[in-house]
Every structure is written in C-alpha cells, then in structure tokens.
Design a protein around this ligand. Structure first.
Ligand code: HEM
Ligand SMILES: [Cu+2]
Length: 562
C-alpha cells in the first residue's frame, strides 16, 4: 500500500499531457521517501524548526544575561540552556540546513535524476529527528551541561544522564552527516550529464565536494572521541579522566580535529550558495571561477591543519603554537580570494537589490568582520588575552550567524521559487533583512568590547560594570527573535498565495532553472543539455537560451560561448 502512496517515478496519472509533471503529495514529506527533493525540503523544514527552538533558548540565555545577577534561571539551568543552544544550532540547524540545500540542488544542478544512493539519503535524513528528539528529551530527564564542546573533566562530573544523551545524540547526527557526505561526493563525481566536465559545474557543487571531504575525514574522529568519553563516563576507564591518569587535552585535540573543520562544514555550503546567488542577481559572470572553485578545496585542506588554535592556552608547546598560528592565518588567503571574487562579481553589475541579493551582500559584510576577528584570534599573544571571553563569542557569531544563517536565507529566497513554484513576498523579505541585519549587529558587536574588557563566556552572573553593554546585546537578541516572524509568515503564506514563479523567474543559467518549478519527480524530461556555462551572463552567445536573450544583461568584454 505504501508503494502506491509515494510513486518514485513520474506517474502518468492517466492525464494526457502530464507525463513528466508528476506531483508530490503533502503527506510524501512525512514518509521515508528516496526523492532528493523531498529529502532536501525535509532537511530544510526540520532544521528550521530546530532553529526556532535554538532561538528560543538563545532568548532565554540573553534574558538571564540582561542583568548581572542570576535572576531568571538558576546557574545550573543556565548551563543546560547554553549547552543545548550551541548543540542545536550547530548540529540540528546549520549542518542539516546546508545538507538540505545540497540534497535539493546537487542533482538538479548536474542534470541527474536523483542522488547516487537515494535510500541511504533518506536514511541520513531520518536519523535527524531521533537525534533531535533525544536532546529535547533531555529537558525532561537531565540536560547536558558541559557546553557544546563537552570538555572533560567537566563533562565527566556534570551529570551522567545528560552527558550520555548528548553523546548518543551527536553520534546519531554525525552518522547522518557521514551518510549524506558519501552521497554528495559520489553524486557530484559520477552523476553529471556527459556534457558537464568538472570545470563547468556550478560552484555550489565544488563547495559541497570540499564540505563532504571535511565531513568524511573529521566526523569519525569526533565519533572516536565521544565513544572514549562515554567509556570514561560509564565504564570507569580513564582515557581523558585526569583522576584516573587520563589526559583531557587529548580529548581537546580529537574534538577540535573535527570541530575546526566543522566550522567550514557549516560555512562552505553557504560560500557555494553565495557564488550562485550573486552572479544571477548582478547579471554578471562570476569573477574567477577556477580561483573560487579551488579555494574551496584549499580551505578544506588547510581547515584540517589548524585545529589547535582553539588550544593556545591548553599548554600547547610554543613551537607548535607557532605552526598553528601561521597555518590559521594562511586560511585567510583562500577565503580572501573568494571575497574578492564575489566583490568583483557584483562590481559594476546590474544589481537587483532583492531579498536574496540583500542577504548575499549582508553575508559578505558580516562574514568579513568575523574573518578579521578570526585572524586576530589566530595571533597567539592576542588569543591568550581574549580566549574564553566574549570576544570569541562575538567572532563565532559573526562567522556563523553572519556567514551561515545569512547564507541560508540568501539561498532560501533565491531557490524558493524553484522549490515551490511561487515567489516570496519581496517587501516582507526586505523587512526581514533589515531587522536581521540590525538585530545581528546589535547583539554581537558589543560582545567584542565585552570580551576585550574581560567578560568571561559561559557565565550566568557577571561583574556589574559589564551591565550596559549586555543590555544592548539582549535588546538585539529580542529584535532578532522578532525578525524571524516576517520570514516565517512569508515562507508559509507564499506556498499558497505567492505569485506563480514560472520555470526561471531570475533568468538564471544553472541547470536547476531549466526544469519546471517545482521540478517534476524525475527532475528533467530526458537528459538535459548544457547550453551555456553556468555563469555566462551578458556574454555573447548563440541565443539558444530561452528567456535570457533579453537586453538587460550588461555587455562584457571578452569571453566566447562554449
Ligand atoms: C579567517 C578565518 C578564521 C580564523 C582565522 C579563525 C580563527 C579562530 C580562532 C583562533 C579561534 C579560537 C579562539 C579561542 O578560543 O581563543 C576561533 C574560534 C572559533 N571560530 Fe573561528 N576562525 C575563522 C573562521 C571561522 C569560521 C568560518 C567559522 C564558522 C563558520 C568559525 C567559527 C569559530 C567558532 C565556532 C569558534 C569558537 C569555538 C569555541 O571555542 O566554542 N571561525 N576561530
Ligand atoms: Cu577553529
């Protein structure tokens, strides 16, 4: 019976001309469905639900921090809220949201009918809800309290039940992430249409290749660390437990060997997204295609050899700190190459400042600030002063909120018409952007100053001299909470009432726009043909691309059609 409930091939339906217009039913989205588009949306919607939960926790944290005293929740509860906030935002919002975009887009961008391993793909998604439910269950049993980093010895003494739940949940979510990554790599390498060589594929695919490499190399090491931690916790071993002769710093090495790359796992898919969004809405070819593509791989490689910049104050020997300091600073080079490529792409373009573009430009602005504070932190003498202060909190939120969240929003505004067949409401989108941009800066900019003044991170109570700046941060966080409302309304309302989008409302050149919106169940009718490069905006061509020949593509010197 279920087989007929979700047909995996285009259903003729008896309709005369609906051969490739098979449509998804609403209930398909609640089933184990191997269609990558269903899975992509499942990821995106689920992760957004967790984003809201993580956001509620953040608001509670900021409410506690509105005053120096511990008056809203107990310090113990505060630690639980903070741990769950960080864990949910990273493992249940940003990582799966990136995987959602990738699942939806990769096959469409390379002209494939689905991912290489569709069932594995569905399995990867269906591991997310149990992983998340475990963390939610911890509210009722015992919340984990050792922070998202879960350093021993703290994690060994802060409550067995909560910590056990945390470890199990991360193991499940990490496995899901590995299964997803296997699919991304094989699909990108093996399932492109024959006419698409690697150097003609959209930059989003390059970024996902780099992301998947990091997931595959890093995540097993995290899993190893967590399993050993679980032994220490439940079996009385002492791998990390100093009271039994174990070494907690080894945990830090293993944790950061995954978790530094994880920051790129979180941001590379959005780097890819920005490389797709900017050329379309600036009507210009991407500047430096190869440089941007290869810089993703360079970031991926360098990202694997910088982890100990999180451990400058953990007794790391001086010569080793020097190596990690220099390696960390070197990452700024491929990252800078991307930033310059993006700026040169929009420079002189015919920019439409729509919501997707606003979030794209906002991404660059905010991410650059986070990159700069990152390079500052890479410097050992500076880091020793501000490590474990709010300066680090400011840095990570500029890169993660400014980078990842802005990037996800840019992607949603850009691909929503493809995913739903309807446009989102533009004025609401712009209000969303303005409120988010102001709220984000109001919340996190003062944290730089707080860190420099010496306010510790992860504390529920603080010296009253930090009070004024904290009020600003808390006000900003309320604004951020409010800023989500126009988006939520817009995303739901537009599914039903948005203006019909047509196949290619942005007149974009990448292949996902060559099929219907939303795409038919098997994506394309037959094997699609590559008519232009993915970013040949404004270049002279044979006019074979319908809907693109119009004159508002700026003329550019050089470049000939493929
Ligand atoms: C130019 C690029 C970057 C550099 C040089 C850099 C450098 C650093 C350094 C040195 C620290 C350690 C600070 C300390 O604990 O004392 C740090 C922390 C952190 N960075 Fe970055 N970073 C960069 C980019 C990013 C990106 C792209 C992300 C995420 C998308 C990110 C996320 C984080 C997070 C989450 C932490 C704090 C982890 C914690 O202790 O809880 N960073 N960064
Ligand atoms: Cu790092």
């Amino acid at each position: 019976m279920t087989q007929t409930d979700f047909p995996t091939t285009a259903s003729p339906d008896g309709g005369a001309h609906s051969g490739h217009h098979g449509e998804r039913k609403f209930r398909d989205y609640f089933t184990f469905n191997p269609d990558h588009k269903v899975i992509g949306l499942q990821y995106l919607v689920t992760s957004f639900v967790f984003y809201i939960l993580g956001g509620v926790l953040a608001t509670a944290i900021r409410t506690e921090l509105a005053t120096p005293a511990s008056d809203f929740v107990s310090p113990d509860t505060y630690n639980g809220l903070l741990t769950l906030h960080g864990t949910i935002m990273i493992f249940l919002w940003i990582v799966p949201a990136g995987a959602g975009l990738a699942n939806y887009l990769i096959p469409l961008m390379i002209g494939a009918k689905d991912m290489a391993f569709p069932k594995l793909n569905a399995l990867a998604f269906w591991m997310i809800p149990p992983g998340g439910l475990m963390l939610i269950a911890s509210f009722f049993l015992e919340t984990p309290k050792a922070g998202w980093t879960s350093y021993p010895p703290l994690s060994l003494v802060s409550g067995q039940v909560g910590e056990g739940i945390w470890i199990m949940s991360i193991l499940v979510l990490g496995t899901s992430s590995i299964l997803g990554a296997i699919n991304f790599v094989v699909t990108i390498l093996k399932m492109r249409i024959p006419t698409m060589p690697m150097n003609k594929m959209p930059l989003f695919c390059w970024a996902m290749l780099a992301t998947a490499a990091l997931i595959l190399v890093g995540t097993p090491v995290l899993a190893g660390a967590l399993i050993l931690l679980a032994f220490d916790l439940f079996a009385g071993t002492a791998f990390f437990n100093p009271s039994g002769g174990g070494n907690p710093v080894v945990y830090q090495h293993m944790f950061w060997f995954y978790s530094h790359p994880a920051v790129y796992i979180m941001v590379l898919p959005l780097f890819g997204t920005i490389s797709e969004v900017l050329p379309v809405h600036a009507r210009k070819p991407i500047f430096g295609y190869q440089a941007i593509a290869y810089s993703s791989l360079a970031i991926s490689f360098l990202g694997l050899i910088v982890w100990a910049h999180h451990m400058f104050t953990s007794g790391t020997p001086a010569w080793l700190r020097m190596f990690f300091m220099i390696a960390t600073m070197v990452i700024a080079v491929p990252t800078g190459i991307k930033i310059f490529g993006w700026l040169a792409t929009v420079w002189g373009g015919k920019i439409s400042l729509n919501s997707a573009m606003l979030f794209g430009l906002g991404f660059i602005a905010v991410f650059v600030i986070g990159g700069i504070s990152g390079v500052m932190l890479a410097s050992v003498p500076f880091d020793i002063h501000v490590h474990d202060t709010y300066f680090v909190v400011a840095h990570m939120h500029y890169v993660l909120f400014g980078g990842s969240v802005f990037g996800i929003y840019a992607g949603i505004y850009h691909w929503y018409p493809k995913m739903t067949g309807r446009m989102m409401n533009e004025p609401l989108g712009r209000i969303h952007f303005v409120l988010t941009f102001i709220g984000m800066n109001l919340t996190f900019l003062p944290m730089h100053e707080l860190g420099l003044l010496g306010m510790n991170r992860r504390v529920a109570m603080y010296d009253p001299r930090f009070a004024d700046l904290n009020v600003l941060c808390t006000a900003g966080s309320y604004l951020l909470a409010i800023s989500t409302l126009p988006f939520l309304f817009n995303a739901i309302w537009s599914v039903f009432k948005g203006k019909p989008a047509g196949d290619n409302p942005w007149r974009a050149l990448t292949m996902e726009w060559q099929t219907t919106s939303p795409p038919a169940i098997e994506n394309f009718e037959g094997v699609p043909v590559l008519k232009t490069g993915p970013y040949d905006y404004g270049l002279e061509r044979n006019g074979s691309q319908p809907g693109l020949a119009s004159s508002d593509t700026p003329a550019l010197s050089g470049g000939s059609p493929t």
